[in-house]
Structure formats: structure tokens, C-alpha cells
Write a protein that binds this ligand. Sequence first.
Ligand code: ADP
Length: 812
Amino acid sequence: MRPVFVDLVRRNSQLRGASMPRWAWLTPLIAVSVFVAVMVAIFVYLRGHEAAQQRETLNKDLEYTQQSVRLRLTALQESLLALSRDVATGDVSDETVWSDTAPIINDYPFVVAMAWLDTEGGSRWVRPAPNVVAEVVDIAARRAADEQTRATWRAVRDTGLPAYSRPFLGGDKQIYIELQVPVGQARKPQGTLLALLSLDRMMTTLVPAAVSQKYRVFFVDSDENVLASTSARAPQDSDLTYATPLDPPGRGLAVRAYAYATDSQLVGNMLLALVFGLSALIIWSLSQLYRHTRRRNAAERALLAETTFRRAMEDSLITGMRALDLHGRITYVNKAFCDMLGMSEAELIGKTAPFPYWVEENSQEHHRSLALVLSGNAPPSGFQIEVQRADGTRFPARMYVSPLIDENGVQTGWMTSMTDITEPNKIRDELAAAQRRFVTVFEQLDAAVSVRAVGANGEDELLFANAAYERLFGRDIHGHLSLSADDLEPEVPTYETYQPRVQRWFEVRERQIDWVDGRTARLQVATDVTLRHEAEEQSRSQQEKVQLTSRLITMGEMASSLAHELNQPLTAIANYSTGAVSRVKSGNTDATTLLPALEKASEQALRAGAIIRRIREFVKRSEPVKHEVDLPSLADDAVGFAEIEAKRRSVQIVAQIPEGGAPVMADRIMIEQVLLNLLKNAIEAMKDCALPPAERIVRLEVEDRGYEVEFSVIDRGHGVPDAIKDKLFDPFFSTKSDGMGMGLNICRTIIEFHQGRLWVDDNPAGGAAFHFTLPRASAAQRVERSASPTESGMTARQNNEVPTQSLPPETR
Ligand code: ADP
């Protein structure tokens, strides 16, 4: 295939190189035109020459004719003069006139009649020529009618000189002229001798036969009226003509000749026509040839462009192409094939097995492959062989074979494409290695990774699971870690779930992905967080214990105050009871006097009971549970406790709590613990202050900010130096000799558990101000929702459990 292309290209370029320039096409055209012009010039010249010759000949012939006519007429005139002398001498009598005139009549056939006219014009005798009609010879009648002939007669009679009349129409409608010669001496004229001459006969007898054959000869008058002619055909304008005056007879008479068209003219014209015709044919052929050549050139250019394009395309291929004929001989290789092997076309084309690129030790395999190719059994998916370059290096190649069909549909061989698969092999190996690495790492992961999608039947379908997943859940679909309820969301927040089946906690991340088959699937990565979970549980229970202990300690610290507080109702009860007993004993009593005392004792008992119940509730060990708690009741209990302590320290607690404010979501005991702690610290801080009693006030302020509620405990105590502000909330930080230093730390833990913040400020009036916030019930529920896991098949944390997320640090 390639040699054909190459030859074609070469031939075409040679053709193009040798093709005539455009102007070269004009050469034959110019040559033909010049030839035609020369031929025309020659023709015109010859025609001119010939015409000139003809004209010359005509002139000569006509001059000759004129001469001969003149000679004959002169001779006639002489004969008539001789006769006239005889007539004058009387030698010619009426009896001899026939014989005397006979020589003239015989010699001059154009003389149709002779007559002797007397001096008066009358005819002495008339001698007609034989075969002349009577009208013609009726000279007397014509003379009577024609003044002209009379004038001629008179002139001859008077001058004594011969004269010719003007031409005239005879009785037979022929044209005649008269020649008259005088008879007798001038002193004694005896009339005239007249000869009537027929112009027609003059024409036939006087014009030489050679001339009349070549020309149409006419006698014409001064007006070019034809008087007599050798041809009945009227002369043509184009005919060659010549005229010469005829004198005698004179009188404007002339002889005119027209040349007949000659054969040589016809032949010349035909030749010229032939030359023109042939030239036109040559020009037409040239134009046809030119058009054909142009079309051919255009086709060649298109072919060349196509060939060049194909060649460029072929050369730009990176796949090697090789054609084998049906006997296994290489007939074609492309550039890529040569480049791949580092061999030239010449080294490959025409070669048969073993081919130069075969690997020697694999010869058998190569022969087998070739046999498969030639038998048409090469696998359609191609086959792989190792081939050797010219420099001895080798590479794996993949061959694809297809039959080579010529333009007649006949198979002429096999076309093989060859691709160097070193790189693909390398990539495949690298991919496989990467895959192995990936699988190894993936399978070693502790996290259970799975991909799932909803199958065609609507059931959950496990598309992928790593070893950890299969170890935990197996491949059975029903053993699966279920998806979150928000599986329509592209991404759901990380959540934790307890899987009772494997009795473990998992932290699960889920997101929507596009699976390899185009389906939308969900990727789930479940990390076993059981240990962390257990640690958190432990920490939480410890925290609870710490909080409880803290509350017990608080109660311990407040024990004397509480005892005092309890003592009052007990003392009152005792007093009322003693009073009542005395009255009963004295018998001086009735129900109406006893009842008030007993009622008061009962009231005091209830008061004492309430204090004890509060203490019991405060120190009760319980799971933290958040409820909607209204602000006044929340503050009341804490303030109630604190007031017992405040009283002892001579400090007043002023609480400003908005009525009817929206509830907060809180564990009542925990918040009460926080408030009590802050109030107690505030009271203690004012222990040594020298303020007047009216200013020894601790204020509890509650401000509803809409989305949250801020509690502030503001004292007038010694305040918190800046240096220790950061440490206050650290565990075991205390400036008190008997302090544990856990109070504020526990408070912060509790407040953060409620998604609130706790911080300390200076009281501008002196002292410290501790603030904390609690989200409003609605806002807290929102935060809970967003932080809590879904409520699907997983056992997620409940709202009242320790959260996995707290507020972000910047909000603290
Ligand atoms: P404790 O009361 O056992 O010392 P806390 O954690 O309650 O532990 O308090 C830590 C420290 O914070 C206290 O020792 C005290 O120095 C300081 N403190 C707490 N409340 C106040 C306050 N209202 N005014 C000044 N200092 C305070």
C-alpha cells in the first residue's frame, strides 16, 4: 500500500514539476493564429496578384479586341470608300450593285444592309445582306422617323467625311449603327454610301473567340446601357471588368468586358476555407485539450492533497501497521512500525518469516502466531508477542489482525496493527500494585467501611465492604449496620450508635457518593469507639460522683447553718407543744385555745420538713435529666438554701427574676447546685468586708435575652485579681485555707453540659460578678437535635446523655 502511495506522490510531483506553465498553452494557439494569418496573407497576396494578372490580361485582351474591331471597321470604311468611288464614277449600276457589294457583304458579316442615298436623302438603291428581315432594311422609313440618322447623312454630305451614326433601335428591336461615306467629289456630291451595321453581329464576328470565351463582352453607350453582349447574363459588381472606348465608331461607344469567375478562385477559396476549418479544428482541439488538462491537473492536485493528507495521517499514527500478502510476505509497513523497531522500510518490505524483529528463542511461538494470522484464526481481541528492535532491545507488543481487501473485494493479504504495550503493562502493574497496597491498607483498617445502594428490588444492597466490616457484620444484608434515616441527605453529621448485635459503640460517618456503575450510593465508615465510650461513661459517672460529693460537701459546710435553720421550727414546735401540754394538764383548755398552737406547731413542722426534703433532694444521687424549668422556681430553691448561709454572715440576697419568662431546658438540681455554689462563694467573699449592713448585698440577676437566659451573681466582696481569673475554673484551685477548689470547675462542667457559658467579671462597684447562660427551652431543643444522632435502628444517645459535642470554644 505504501509503495503505491509513494509512487503516486512522486509521479504527481514530477508531473507537477513538468507541467507546462499557463502561458505555454498560448504557444500552439499563437502558432495556429500566425499560421492562419500567414495563410490569409498569402492567399490575399495571391488573390491580389492573380487579380492584377487577370486585370492585365483583361486589359490586354480588351485592347486587342478594340484593335481588331477598329481595324475591321477601318477596313470596312476603306472598302466603302472604294465602293463609293465606284458608285460615283457610275461603275456600279443597278444591275451590278448586288455583285459589287457582295465582297463587302461577305467580308463583313455585321453589315446587314448597304444603300446609296442621294443628295436629298432618297435611296438610289438598297442592298440588304442575306437573311435580313425587311424591317431592318427599311432604311427610308427609319430615316423619315429618325432625325439623328438624317443628321449623320447631312454631316457626311456636307463634310465629305465618313461618319457613324449614334446607335439606334432597329425594326427588329436590335441595335444598329450606320456608317456613311460620301459619294462623289465635294464639288459634286452624289449622296452617301450607307452601311447598316448590326452591333450584335459585330459582337459575334469582331470579338475574337478567345476573348469572348474568357469574358462577357459588351458594347455600351456613354450611359453604360448595354447595346450588345456575348452573354445574356447581366454583369455582377464583383466581376473583374474593364472598358475601352470604341473609336470608330466613337459616339461614346465603348467595349466593356467582365471576367468569368475562374476555377482557380474556387479552388483558392476552398483551400482557404480548408485552412480556416483545419485551424479552427486545431484551436478547438487545443481548447478541449487545455480544459482536459486543467481538469486533470485539478484532479491531480486533489489526489496529491489527499495523498499528502493520508501520508501525514499515516505518519502521525503511533500504531504500527504492517501488511502481509497471503503468503506471509511483508508488503507494507508504516513509519510508526519502522520507528518502533528501529528498522527501515527496506529492511522489512519483501521479507518473509522469520522476520527480522522476531526474538530468536521465541521462534516457535512467532511461527505459531504467523500461522494463526495467515489462516485467519488470529483472535479478534488480538494477541501479545515479544518483539526485538534493531538494537537488540525487546518490548511486548499487541497485534490485531484484519483481512486486507482490495477494491474488487478480493482479499490480498492481512493488515496487522502493532502497539507497544510496555507502558500500558507498566501502568497496569503499577495499578495492580496500587490496588494491592490500597486493599492491604484498607483491609487492615479497624474502621468498618461499606458502600450501599438501593437495589433494583428496593432492598438495601451491599456494594462494598472491607474486612473489618465483614468481620463485624458479615456479608449478610440483614446483619448490616443500618443507614441513617437521613439517607437522602448527601452528608449527615457524624453520629454514634450502639450495635446490640455486636455489643459495641460505633462512630459513624456517612456521605453520598457516585458508585463506579453510576449509581448513587452511600459510603459508611464506622469506627469502633466502644473503648472511648466506656471511658466517657466512666468519666461521666465519676463526674456525677464528684458533683454529688460537691453537693454533700456544700451541705456539710452549711451544716451548722442548716442545723440552726432547722432548730428554729423545732424549737417553735417544742414551745407550742409544751404550751399545749401545760394547757391540757391544767384542764383549762378547750379545742379553740389549743387549735392555734397546734396549727402553728404543724406549720413549723412542715417548714422543717421542707428544709429536710430540700436537703435530701439536693444530695440525692440521680441521673441528670433536663426538663423545661421556669426561672422563678429554679432560682427560688437555690436562693432559699443560700439565704440560710447568708443570714449567718449577715448578708442579704436580692434576687431579680423576671416573672413569666420563658422556661430554660435544664437539670433543676444541677443548676441549683451551680447557683448555690456561686451564691455561697459570693457570701464568703464578703465575709471580711467592712461595708455597712445595708450594702452587704449579693444580687442574683436573671436576664432573658430571647435565645438564652443570662444569670449573674454579683457581690461586693474582695473580688478576683486578674492574675488568677484564668485559673479559677481549674480543678483544685482555691485561695481558701479550707477550700477544695472544685466548686467552680464543677459549675463550668454543668453549664457546658447545658450548652451554656460560665465566666467571671469584675463588679464595677467592687467585688466579683459571675455570669452563666442557659439556652432557652426552644433553642436548647434545637441544639440538642442538631447534636444528637438519628433515631433509626441505631441505639443513639438520648437527649439527657452526655453530649459528644459541646458549644464551639469561641462561644465560651
Ligand atoms: P473553694 O470555694 O473551695 O475555694 P471554688 O472553686 O468554689 O473553691 O472557688 C475557687 C476560688 O475562687 C476560691 O478559693 C476563691 O479564691 C475564688 N472565688 C470564688 N468565688 C469568688 C468570689 N465571689 N469572690 C472572690 N473570689 C472568689
